[in-house]
Ligand binder design. Structure first.
Ligand SMILES: [Ca+2]
Ligand SMILES: [Ca+2]
Ligand SMILES: [Ca+2]
Length: 479
């Protein structure tokens, strides 16, 4: 109002102080024309309907109704009186809502029509964003406690994406490990979480648009934390071997012994025999989900490691002479208990030896990491987890005579043999016998196996449905 008065007075001064009738009429009209200003406390992007708009006139007016509005994308209901009105706008669709008051649509008490209002616009958005796809998330067991998650492809057609939220939990969509955490980025790396071994975890993401609409929740695949390998009591660590074991694992230092329904690794007590393969595996798993009956490739990993260690050979150098075959000379006739003294490798055999004095009945072998394993070559045969579909029946021979390119060499033999296999108990590797296929495979020899015993010995022929007999034990692994 003050601005308009100053402009008028300035005009009067410039025209030489002559107030003609037209000028006075315009001055009066200007002073008495109702002005109107639209305001709204609603957010510029909103999912709340109706959108409330205040219309505040400079003087009292009458006859204000919805027809007086320039309204795009909505219907309006007007309440109020005098100078103050509320316009409740119900949007028709998600999109821009625009409103203004037309010029001359209402009349003030002095009989003049109003001037046009400002134009007020709001983005009405009641449509949820399209959620993203989780493009990167751990999908298996990982020793990493700082998992990195990323996602892509979220969109919002109206108000646009405002932020993402990510959570971690033990079920898809749950935030019971890490509560929903807001981020503007499309990725998140969690730092040093406290994760439990063997538990399924899921990363979940949701998106919020600028109007406050929240998308559905998407989750990545389950992943598990796997604590770094620490061998359980009675187990020894085995180094990984390319082609057979991708990472280190642990194996029972002794043939499995019975402790109720659980297989344990102790020197005392004769080994546990005469189980079905499935029962042996179950006895291993009694200790936990990371335990299993030894696989054939784990057996190969151990046998090939032993074969490369000088201390296991009669000649004191790898592939010089032969490797000891354990208790296998039928004297005594039965399987033996072991000793807690790794230097007493001939314990119970009737022979004499220690860690530096060789005897072919020595029951201990040394791994490349210095760990000692008992009865891997003899005492009792040991089942491995898998059948073998080899398909050739009634074929036997010494492992040392298997040659490169023969699948039996890679699955049951070594890539190197001793200098004179025919005169050194066939390197002490033992015999392979494939009497049948798709049957239980047993490795190593037993107490009466003679020169057929050895760290690579393999025999196939037991029906998986039945116990394998008292001369066959087993050994568990942990990874
Ligand atoms: Ca939206
Ligand atoms: Ca003996
Ligand atoms: Ca054995």
């Amino acid at each position: 109002m003050m601005v308009r008065l100053w402009v008028l007075f300035a005009g009067i001064l410039l025209t030489g102080c002559t107030l003609d009738a037209e000028m006075l009429r315009r001055m009066e009209q200007s002073l008495k024309t109702p002005e109107v200003v639209l305001t709204s406390s609603s957010q510029d992007n909103t999912n709340i309907s109706p959108i409330m708009v205040s219309a505040e006139f400079s003087s009292e007016i009458s006859g204000f109704d919805a027809e007086d509005l320039n309204l795009i994308n909505g219907t309006a209901i007007i309440t109020g009186s005098g100078k103050s009105y509320l316009i409740a706008i119900t949007p028709q669709l998600a999109g821009v809502v625009s409103v203004s008051v037309k010029a001359g649509s209402v009349t003030g008490t002095d009989g003049y029509g109003n001037s046009p209002s400002n134009t007020l616009q709001k983005m009405f958005d009641d449509v949820r964003p399209t959620p993203p796809v989780i493009s990167n998330s751990p999908s298996a067991a990982t020793p990493d406690t700082s998992p990195a998650i990323s996602w892509t492809g979220a969109s919002d057609g109206h108000s646009g994406i405002h932020h993402y939220e990510i959570a971690l939990g033990t079920t898809a969509g749950s935030d019971n490990l890490v509560a929903w955490d807001i981020t503007a980025e499309s990725s998140k790396t969690f730092e040093s979480l406290t994760l439990q071994d063997g538990v399924n975890y899921y990363a979940s993401v949701r998106v919020t648009d600028n109007a406050g609409n929240v998308s559905t929740i998407v989750s990545g695949p389950a992943f598990q934390y796997q604590a770094p390998l620490t061998c359980p009591l009675g187990y020894v660590r085995v180094p990984a071997l390319a082609g057979y074991s991708a990472s280190d694992f642990c194996v029972m230092k002794y043939e499995a012994k019975q402790d109720g329904t659980k297989a344990v690794s102790t020197a005392a007590v004769v080994p546990w025999g005469n189980l079905t393969r499935a029962a042996a595996d179950a006895a291993c798993k009694e200790s936990g989900s990371r335990y299993s009956l030894i696989t054939n490739y784990q057996w190969q990993t151990i046998a090939r490691n032993i074969a490369d260690v000088d201390a296991n050979w009669s000649g004191g150098v790898a592939y010089s002479g032969e490797i000891s075959r354990g208790h296998s000379d039928s004297t005594p006739f039965d399987a033996l208990v072991a000793s807690t003294d790794d230097n007493d490798g001939c314990a119970g055999t009737g022979q004499t030896c220690n860690s530096t004095v060789y005897n072919n009945q020595r029951r201990t072998h040394v791994l490349s990491n210095g760990e000692v394993i008992w009865d891997f070559a003899g005492n009792r045969h040991e089942m491995v987890l898998e059948n073998d579909g080899f398909g050739t029946t009634n074929v036997g021979g010494y492992v040392a005579s298997l040659t490169a390119g023969d699948r039996r060499q890679s699955d049951y033999g070594n890539d190197t043999v001793c200098a004179a296999p025919a005169s050194n108990n066939y390197c002490g590797f033992g015999k392979h016998n494939f009497y049948d296929y798709n049957k239980v495979v047993i490795r190593g020899g037993n107490a009466t196996y003679g020169d057929s015993a050895g760290i690579f010995a393999a025999y196939m022929g037991y029906d998986p449905a039945y116990p394998v007999g008292g001369s066959v034990g087993f050994r568990c692994t942990y990874k």
